[in-house]
Design a protein around this ligand. Structure first.
Ligand code: TXA
Ligand code: MG
Length: 325
């Protein structure tokens, strides 16, 4: 199994040395844990795909310390440069990734042969310390391809611990879902993946429209990250919106072990009362809630953690209340 290291001088030295020797290591970011390799080492980059079981057509995100190191990887016009200055000033370091035209020097393994590269400036102090020592790092989320993302060191240990040497423990991720991806490579700005930084927040600082994220469920590999199966627990998961739908799900699954996840504590109480009133339903379910108040940021920060926990409980099904948009 991997060694879980607490941040210390010795740990940083061990991890940087492993990276320099072409290993991949798991590191904490403020969004989710990443599986990192040095950008200039194609053999190490290929290892990331091997460890995750990730297809080579799915490109990686490069992590850098700041705008000046970002600019070493990309070709930008004066206009895009000005936008980057505003955006990095407002949101970086933080959970925002930029897709930009790449320089020739950026490996095709990182970009899956595309002419663009995704780059972000992470905020987590532990990740930043490794960047200072090792230089830019490519890092996808540290989970097997298609599976729920990891927001704690133990999540990485459970799913990839037998395939890597080190996991640097930076506690639980404060954002808890992947970074927003913003495409700056074409005329029209567009969100390619939703995250903590929203289209409205970007429009507010840039003063121009941003096409919000559109769900296009697909099996087309040319639309990376939009595959039909993504962030998926191994346990069967179904969504419900109201007590009627939840009751129907429970009826279809009588006698099985299920967990019911609600968005807020008060909704959890509301749904559990509705079910208890219905005596015909066998009570083998447990309730969980993602937030006390319904704050979307809090819901997002708990969702993967909750799914990881429930997936380890050998349940038959997980029923999740559809969160607000
Ligand atoms: O929060 C995050 O961004 C995390 C942490 C570890 O930093 N990383 C992450 O990486 O989510 P990953 O590999 O799980 O997601 C990378 C996704 C790809 O699946 C693809 O959707 C998008 O980023 N992507 C990468 N390069 C791209 C490009 N050139 N054009 C369009 N999309 C790209
Ligand atoms: Mg991922």
């Amino acid at each position: 199994m991997a060694e879980i290291l607490s941040p210390s001088e010795t740990s940083f030295a061990k991890v940087s040395e492993a990276l320099a020797f072409g290993d991949v290591v798991a590191l904490p970011t403020e969004t989710v844990y990443g599986l990192a390799a040095i950008v200039g080492d194609d053999a190490a980059l290929k290892k990331i795909f091997g460890v995750k079981g990730r297809p080579l057509f799915d490109p990686l995100i490069v992590h850098v310390l700041g705008l000046s190191s970002l600019l070493e990887l990309v070709e930008v016009s004066q206009d895009v440069f000005s936008k980057l200055q505003v955006l990095t000033g407002a949101f970086c370091p933080g959970p925002l990734t930029f897709v930009l035209r790449k320089k020739k020097s950026v490996s095709d393994i990182i970009t899956a042969g595309k002419k663009t590269v995704a780059v972000r400036i992470p905020a987590h102090p532990v990740f930043r310390e490794v960047l200072r020592r090792a230089g830019p790092l490519a890092a996808p989320s540290a989970n097997p391809f298609g599976y729920v993302s990891p927001t704690r060191a133990e999540h990485v240990q459970q799913s990839l611990g037998d395939k890597i040497k080190y996991i640097l423990d930076g506690g639980s991720c404060s954002v808890g879902v992947e970074s927003t991806i913003l495409d700056l490579s074409s005329q029209k700005l567009a969100i390619l993946r939703p995250g903590a930084v929203t289209a409205e927040m970007i429009t507010d600082v840039l003063g121009e429209p941003v096409t919000p994220y559109k769900t296009i469920a697909t099996t087309d590999p040319s639309a990376p990250g939009m595959l039909t199966r993504h962030y998926s627990p191994r346990t069967r998961l179904r969504l419900f919106q109201n007590p009627g739908e939840l009751k129907a799900l429970l009826k279809q699954n009588q006698g099985s072990r299920v967990a019911i996840v609600c968005c807020t504590r008060s909704e959890m109480e509301h749904f559990s009362r509705a079910i208890v009133l219905e005596n015909s339903v066998q009570l083998k379910q447990q309730f969980f809630c993602l937030s006390e108040t319904g704050d979307l940021v809090e819901i997002a920060s708990h969702v993967f953690d909750c799914l990881q926990k429930l997936d380890a409980m050998s349940l038959d099904s997980i029923f999740v209340q559809t969160p607000p948009k």
